[in-house]
Design a protein around this ligand. Structure first.
Ligand SMILES: Cc1cc2nc3c(=O)[nH]c(=O)nc-3n(C[C@H](O)[C@H](O)[C@H](O)COP(=O)(O)OP(=O)(O)OC[C@H]3O[C@@H](n4cnc5c(N)ncnc54)[C@H](O)[C@@H]3O)c2cc1C
Length: 539
């Protein structure tokens, strides 16, 4: 290696990201925004051109909003669709049709991964501090106490990259995972499915249709611009090559509905996995996205979980690189992300069990139970229809302060629409910006947040935002340097009681680091001291 090294060009950066999938590019955007010097490394010449993920959730669209790209991305998204589950006889036994906009977007939305990735890549050009190295394959990675050295192979010669930190967003077969000595644990889900993507559909149903038939379960999902996907389970011993053949796929489509002759873009057999890496980092190398966890697609969460990783890791890397907080902060990444990512993988496995009954009897039992519950137990019906079974965006442990039983620290803050004094409507996240924010919620929120000064904590510019409950008018006094608004859609719910106010230190990824009930403006000093304690714990 040493003789080749002398001829190679050497580049330096704060953070090198290996892999330009949705996880790597989202991370590059967020670090670019924070002023961190980034090198993004991708072996391919372009982002993906073949369809992969098809479902993007509200939390992921909120992350796209943080990149300033939600409107561009939504231009290629079919917002707000549900899922209907059918018995083998064609009776709908369960509906998932959530209506909430708690985080600012509908909960279930159809998109195409190639378009999302193209938008992410085109907009990376905004950041002079993000260098993109496509057609560069990362061949070796060496870590020492002070940094990481990467050797990249390119047609015109090798390139060396010296980085303070490296993120392996290099997908399911991650080489970085091996470099840090991590193993995949969990179950390998030995079920094969053939995925069929159509360029157009005759299916008029907007929702996802899930046919829970033990003979051959299948799913048909909507897409933006009139496209549609079908996913058919294969039986043990069924030949993969035959399963992906045009004739076999046409037979499956003909049995499934009106798309027997619709134009097929792609046919591919996949084996799904339910696994996670047993460690997510060494001292200077971190795994994110599919490199860290692999989910079966039944809950449509693989990519969404990767985007959560990127949003979680980005502000921590930025704070450490800029010296705002100690490297101990990075230890909270796996502590926060692993349990949540795994909870979603378990959800996908449970959904898979409903979709794939193993016998007629089991199908009848499960489906009858759903139908009875839907008819006679409204809370159970609401639990499914409103998708309350999806694990909440919540971290029990990490960069989270104890909130004395309030159970608000660690939660993702809902995204309110704020109506200001002059009746302008603002989206909360657009006001909060890309760093930390101080938020007061309650009748006295304006005076309260105006009394809080966190400038001594070294967190950079921290906007102060007051949210008054939906049924309360804003206090007429204008406090300097704060944005005040009424919670137009009542998204803050129980947090905005009439009697007490709440003070929140909000993290850049929109999770609550610290929440405290505060009676009066004078007690805000205690809040600042608690925030200082939390920051100084991250050595
Ligand atoms: C059929 C199917 C359906 C799915 N449906 C959904 C869904 O509906 N919703 C959802 O959220 N998710 C879904 N997923 C999962 C989703 O596609 C993945 O979770 C997502 O693409 C992972 O993103 P990533 O950025 O972590 O990794 P990837 O997208 O795999 O990107 C990794 C990148 O790293 C590059 N790379 C790897 N090694 C190197 C190297 N040594 N040097 C340079 N570059 C390298 C690769 O070329 C690649 O571009 C689905 C997946 C499949 C297969």
């Amino acid at each position: 290696m040493s003789s080749g090294m002398s001829a190679a060009k050497t580049l330096t950066c704060d953070v090198a990201i290996v892999g330009s999938g949705p996880t790597g590019m989202t991370l590059a955007h967020l670090l670019g925004q924070s002023g961190v010097n980034v090198i993004l490394i991708e072996r391919n010449a372009t982002t993906v051109t073949q369809p992969r993920a098809v479902s993007i959730d509200d939390e992921a669209l909120r992350t796209m909003q943080a990149l300033g790209l939600d409107r561009d991305i939504i231009a290629d998204v079919m917002l707000d669709y549900g899922s209907n589950y059918f018995t083998p006889q064609g009776i709908c036994f369960a509906k998932v049709e959530p209506t909430t906009r708690e985080y600012g977007f509908p909960r279930r939305n159809a998109f195409t991964q190639p378009k999302l990735e193209a938008t992410l890549r085109a907009n990376l050009a905004r950041y002079a501090n993000v260098m993109q190295l496509f057609e560069h394959e990362c061949e070796s990675v060496t870590e020492n106490e002070s940094g990481v050295l990467l050797r990249l192979r390119h047609a015109s010669g090798d390139v060396l990259v010296e980085a303070d930190y490296v993120v392996g967003a290099d997908g399911a077969r991650s080489a970085l995972r091996k470099v840090i000595g991590a193993n995949l644990v969990g179950s390998t889900y030995n079920q094969k499915w053939v995925i069929v993507d159509l360029a157009s559909t005759k299916e008029r149903m907007r929702q996802t249709r899930v046919m829970c038939d033990p003979k051959r379960p299948f799913i048909t999902l909507p897409g933006p611009g009139g496209i549609r996907r079908y996913e058919f389970m294969l039986h043990e011993g069924e030949d993969e090559e035959r399963a992906a053949s045009p004739e076999f796929v046409r037979e499956l489509l003909a049995a499934a509905g009106p798309d027997a002759d619709s134009p097929v873009v792609r046919r591919q057999v996949y084996t799904f996995h339910a696994r996670k890496a047993d460690r997510w980092n060494s001292k200077r190398i971190y795994l994110a996205g599919d490199a860290a966890h692999l989910s079966p697609p039944f809950a449509g969460q693989g990519m969404n979980s990767g985007l959560r990783d990127a949003h979680n890791l980005a502000w921590k890397l930025a704070a450490v690189v800029k010296g705002q907080m100690g490297a101990g902060l990075l230890a909270t990444y796996q502590r926060e992300r692993e349990p949540h990512a795994w909870a979603l993988i378990e959800l996908a496995m449970n959904m898979g069990r409903i979709m794939m009954p193993t016998s007629e009897r089991q199908a009848w039992l499960v489906q009858s139970a759903f139908r009875l519950a839907a008819r006679f137990v409204p809370p159970v019906h609401a639990y499914f229809a409103q998708m309350k079974y999806k694990p909440k965006p919540f971290y029990a442990d990490g960069f989270i302060a104890d909130d004395a039983g309030l159970k608000i620290s660690g939660r993702m803050l809902p995204q309110a629409t704020l109506e200001t004094h002059d009746r302008t409507r603002l989206r909360f996240d657009d006001v909060a910006g890309s760093g930390f924010a101080i938020v007061a919620i309650g009748v006295d929120a304006q005076a309260l947040v105006a009394s809080v000064d966190v400038s001594s904590l070294g967190l950079g510019a921290v906007p102060r935002i007051a949210i008054v409950p939906q049924k309360i008018n804003l206090e007429p006094t204008m406090h300097e340097g704060i944005v005040a608004g009424r919670d137009l859609d009542n998204h803050m719910g129980e947090m905005a009681t009439r009697t007490k106010n709440m003070l929140i230190l909000l993290r850049p990824d929109r999770y609550v680091a610290l929440a405290m009930r505060v009676e009066q403006a004078q007690t805000a000093g205690t809040f600042v001291e608690m925030a200082r304690g939390l920051v100084s714990r991250m050595k």
